[in-house]
Design a protein around this ligand. Sequence first.
Ligand SMILES: [Zn+2]
Length: 233
Amino acid sequence: MRIHDYRFGSLREYVASDEPGAARPAQCPGCSAENCFWKNGSYDREIRERELIRLVKVPRFKCRFCRAVVSVLLGFLAPYRRYTSAIISECLQTYLNTRTTYRDLAADVSMEEGEDPPRPSHARVFDWADSFTLHVKNFLGVRVNRACVRAGKETLLGASRECPNAFKALSTEKAERLNQTSTVLQEAIALVGPSQVLDNLRAYFLTNIHTPFDIFCGNRSTLSLSQNSELVF
Ligand SMILES: [Zn+2]
């Protein structure tokens, strides 16, 4: 099981705060007991965000009642991804809204100006856009549409928006997927507001990429963590 400690939104914020460890969870997501966690080792993740590279410790805790083992990830760590959720969501938003290329985007968010080849590579930025647009096609599009209907905002539906980069796609299917994702992003912004969408887009990359969550619809449950921070699923 993974939970997130949301005190820091980016690697930069974390470094500026002298790199404290992730907080011990106050409540077990398995059995809801409180103050029940023992330390159960840790592992290191190498994380990159622009010019910063850090080894960040991910502590594991074990519930003494239900024996659930929980890893606590700092809020900017996306599971299985080396770049932080802030960088990934920035690339996606830009690609869906502005005429650009994967190569230019990779250079814009790369670790050092003029770095050659840029890191992340353009292939990695392509992969982020590809997996996110697939997820919108398979899960998220329908869920955002339903949320619009539930909120009485059916008028938002039907106004499709073109992704300014769709014309370069190598297949019609991919072009449609990019347009659909731009449209869903626009619907989500109308539904919950631009800053919430950005937060939710980041939250999306903190969850398992194949698990559908209502991240664009504001349906998030919260659990309190020790040290006055909040967990958001
Ligand atoms: Zn438990």
